[in-house]
Design a binder for this molecule. Structure first.
Ligand SMILES: *[C@@H]1O[C@H](CO)[C@@H](O)[C@H](O)[C@H]1NC(C)=O
Length: 108
């Protein structure tokens, strides 16, 4: 029983450390999720996949979370708008030979 608990705490810690989530802005008790979507683009051998993603909404964006399902070396940058704006343009780049597999969450 104790061991199971210890093990699950360990696994939880490991996944937190390993997952590469890009988080922009701040999440408070007043922020709520206004948008959620999964982005998936197949891998191109020996190449990095670069995609832009745009969101346009009414409320001012407070936080943006980009969760990489692959824990890869993919990266995300905000290229336009973002925190404090009602729109955002994200640039997503996969690790070489990897697909892009992201969950995007927008909080306002
Ligand atoms: C984001 O910016 C960093 C630093 O300029 C760069 O190393 C990275 O490749 C960029 N990522 C994307 C997806 O544009």
């Amino acid at each position: 029983m104790k061991l199971t608990l210890l093990l699950s705490v360990f696994v939880l810690t490991m996944t937190t450390v390993l997952s590469s989530t890009y988080f922009f802005g701040e999440q408070t008790k007043d922020t709520r999720i206004v948008f959620r979507d999964k982005l998936k683009y197949e891998a191109i051998p020996l190449k990095k996949r670069v995609k832009t993603f745009t969101y346009n909404g009414t409320p001012i964006i407070k936080a943006i979370s980009c969760y990489d399902f692959q824990n890869s070396e993919a990266s995300v940058n905000i290229t336009s708008g973002g925190i404090g704006f009602n729109y955002v343009e994200l640039r997503l780049k996969s690790q070489r030979s990897y697909r892009l597999d992201y969950a995007i969450e927008i909080y306002a």
